[in-house]
Design a protein around this ligand. Structure first.
Ligand code: G4P
Length: 532
């Protein structure tokens, strides 16, 4: 990805929009909190979770979140550090919500990958890095939990290189782990950063000792010093030095070590982000006056990567999360979708770490919440001219298809409305069979279906059961009118419409998709669809 220069001092150039990716339990929530603490955005540990609690009391559907202790809703947190404005996109960790996570990553310019030092690269890390790769998002690695027994540093780095095919450049070298953890050697300053457990209220400012001087002998034993020096020498010899270009192209990841829980190494990570994370990147456009939107362009344009409905159960409101790609947004501005819908944006919300505020202005790289009554959908592009459509916001074919069955058939109309409005959030997908008009819900995993049933009950007062359906796989179909007509004619009972009215083939197995492809070679079967 070509990087855009931040040197012109423009407001947009101060934005750093990033996401934290990890396998569940690696420490993403803890790191989010400590990063915000170190940046001075929140004062007390517990606010990220506490904020979560508040949200939970606002909407009942998060009961599942609370019961299961997982985080399922993505949001954004904005904070300032070193004259830069950081927008941290929170991504749900549970794998059933991966589609939401994937879309959130389309709004990020950089990612922090958190690994558990005892486990290295885990399955979900792998999937998320694949997604980052689609857009060559630069990745900074933080190896967490060094206060516990960890794998050997070289083993960890090999794991990243082997499993993720990502070059690594350690910026530090750890000394020991668990009870023997002493801290890290900093390659750049040639100092040793001492690990000490901070007490809870203290913002950690680690003590640093020059690696070459006398003082190092007071803090490390001879054995420890030898271990670190050898590690540093070997790492320097065997692994590439940090190279900005290679990092920005997504090929090489700088690696930091620490403990989010003990707040060790987090300040260094915060500085690494400020030093290395790129500013807002050009956004490829599928349609528009040109094929790319530049952050410095005058026209205001952005895209919706997430919609959250019913944040307040008393109002049927929705908030569309819009990542601005270009221009300087001013409150009250009229923006248009490519489909011709016009929206006056009077109350755009900026989400600060401990509060939310109405935004008077926002710039490329920023994420604003736009309250609306269902006009905005995931994948929509908003711009002043209405001529743009950004590319790369995918819908993925669901891996689980369930039939919606009402306990009270008189509520069919209500159910349609409920399912449609929840599908518009983009968390689940909705298909309606052409014959019979039955609703089929598509999801990535079982938990989404559970959340859906609970939300339909809580927010719409409708009792619905999602039962097994005969279908196993959904594929969007396209081709010439004649070819499509022939296909649909032959598969009348297995063709449905998605929420945009596009035709979808509901297959009973992957085999059936292959078989149909052979029979109808002119039809394209797609596992993803880019929303227009
Ligand atoms: P996640 O969002 O990636 O799922 O992980 P989260 O931060 O919730 O952390 C998962 C568990 O790992 C938590 O423990 C957390 O306290 C612990 N943890 C995170 N970072 C570190 C670290 O640097 N060192 C150590 N030793 N532990 C860490 P838990 O017992 O599951 O939850 P809790 O009761 O502590 O909240």
């Amino acid at each position: 990805m070509p990087m855009t220069s931040a040197a012109d001092g423009a407001q947009w150039a101060r934005r750093r929009t990033y996401a934290i990716i990890s396998h569940p339990d690696a420490g993403k929530t803890t790191l989010t909190e400590t990063l915000l603490l170190e940046a001075g955005a929140i004062r007390l540990a517990g606010q990220v979770r506490a904020r979560g609690e508040n949200r939970r009391t606002q909407s009942d559907w998060m009961k599942i979140e609370r019961e299961r202790g997982i985080s399922v809703s993505a949001s954004v947190m904005t904070y300032e550090y070193r004259d830069l404005i950081f927008n941290l996109l929170d991504t749900p960790g549970h794998e059933d919500f991966s589609e939401d996570t994937y879309r959130t990553l389309t709004a990020a310019d950089c990612a922090i990958m958190v690994l558990d030092a005892a486990k290295g690269v885990e399955p979900r890390t792998l999937k998320l890095v694949e997604v980052c790769r689609l857009r060559d998002i630069p990745i900074i690695t933080f190896i967490n939990k060094f206060d516990r027994e960890a794998m050997e540093p070289f083993e960890l780095l090999d794991d990243i290189q082997d499993k993720l095919a990502l070059d690594v450049s350690p910026m530090q070298w750890p000394c020991g782990s668990g009870n023997r953890f002493k801290g890290v050697a900093d390659f750049k300053t040639h100092e040793f950063v001492l690990y000490k457990r901070p007490d809870d209220s203290e913002v950690s400012r680690s003590e640093r000792v020059p690696l070459d001087g006398e003082a190092i002998h007071q803090v490390l034993s001879e054995d420890e010093l030898t271990e670190v020096s050898e590690g540093v020498d070997m790492a320097r010899e065997l692994l590439p030095a940090f190279d900005r270009k290679s990092f920005e192209e997504g090929h090489l990841s700088p690696v930091y070590f620490g403990s989010a829980l003990r707040r060790f190494g987090v300040h260094e990570l915060l500085d690494a982000l400020a030093d290395h994370a790129p500013g807002p990147q050009p956004q490829a456009a599928a349609k528009g006056p040109r094929d790319v939107l530049e952050p410095g362009d005058k026209e205001v344009a952005g895209f919706v990567f997430k919609v959250q409905a019913n944040m307040d159960p008393n109002h049927r409101d929705r908030v569309a999360f819009v990542r601005l790609s270009s221009g300087q947004f001013k409150r009250g501005m009229k923006l248009k979708t490519e489909g011709g819908k016009t929206l006056s944006v009077h109350n755009p919300i900026l989400f600060f770490a401990s509060d939310r505020e109405i935004a008077d202005e926002a710039f490329a790289g920023d994420v604003m919440g736009v309250p609306n009554h269902g006009v905005l959908r995931v994948g929509d592009t908003l711009s002043e001219s209405g001529k743009w459509r950004v590319s790369g916001i995918p819908n993925f074919a669901p891996e689980m298809l369930r039939r919606a069955r009402l306990k009270d058939p008189l509520k069919a109309k209500h159910l349609k409305k409920a399912l449609e409005s929840l599908a518009e959030e983009g968390v689940t997908q909705l298909f309606r069979l052409q014959v019979g008009g039955e609703f089929i819900i598509g999801a990535v995993g079982a938990l989404q279906i559970e959340v859906m049933a609970q939300r339909v009950a809580d927010e719409y007062g409708i009792d619905v059961v999602f039962e097994a359906s005969p279908y196993d796989t959904a594929r969007w179909i396209s081709g010439s009118d004649a070819d499509l007509e022939a296909f649909i004619d032959r598969h009348k009972t297995a063709v449905a419409e998605d929420i945009d009215g596009d035709p979808v083939f509901m297959a009973k197995s992957a085999w059936e998709v292959n078989y149909s492809q052979e029979k109808f070679p002119n039809i394209t079967f797609s596992a993803t669809k880019e929303r227009s």
